[in-house]
Write a protein that binds this ligand. Structure first.
Ligand code: ATP
Length: 155
């Protein structure tokens, strides 16, 4: 399925629906949402969005905000998942992509996890020829930035 035309903005809306009953007190929204199409595997890309949105909700205290966005930039598409959560220390920004690694900075009540989500996320992004990186400030929040190549004729 790697070669299907996938509307990333539709996948984002689909992901919001998936989390509608699990988002608790968080404000979960999409903004801005541009209509971007890429070639890829819709199932794997949905999995990517579920991992990143799940993390953003999990590591953001109640009442916080999680915002997804898409923007089409010529030969690539940028997907962002931004949260107002606990953040990740600079020294952990690369390590959190390793399998089983969990950052030392924890919530008062650690929700727990296997440390696999971001490793899988990176694998999916790389399968699609893209890149993934984190921007974060402890106590302020985290933004995951995913860049995926697009097909010239698609946007
Ligand atoms: P699981 O994969 O079972 O959900 P996990 O959340 O621990 O477990 P990853 O998704 O790989 O695993 O994340 C690795 C670590 O990175 C987390 O344990 C957490 O410390 C940190 N992390 C990931 N996303 C965020 C985020 N949005 N805000 C703060 N910390 C995060």
């Amino acid at each position: 399925h790697l070669e299907d035309a996938v509307r990333l903005d539709q996948l984002v809306l689909d992901t919001l629906r998936t989390f509608e009953t699990q988002k608790g007190n968080h404000v979960l929204s999409a903004d801005p949402l541009e209509a971007c199409t890429i070639l890829g595997d819709p199932g794997r890309l949905k999995q990517l969005l579920v991992i990143l949105t799940g993390n953003a909700l999990k590591y953001t205290p109640e009442g916080g905000m999680v915002t997804l966005s898409t923007s089409c930039q010529g030969d690539r598409v940028e997907l962002r998942v931004r949260d107002t959560g606990i953040g990740i220390p600079a020294s952990d920004l690369e390590k959190v992509f390793e399998r089983f690694y969990r950052a030392s900075h924890r919530m008062e009540k650690d929700p727990g996890g296997s440390g696999l989500g971001l490793a899988i996320a990176r694998t999916i992004v790389e399968e699609h020829g893209g890149t993934i990186h984190l921007e974060s400030m402890v106590g302020q929040g985290t933004t995951v930035v995913v860049r995926l190549p697009t097909h010239r004729d698609l946007n």
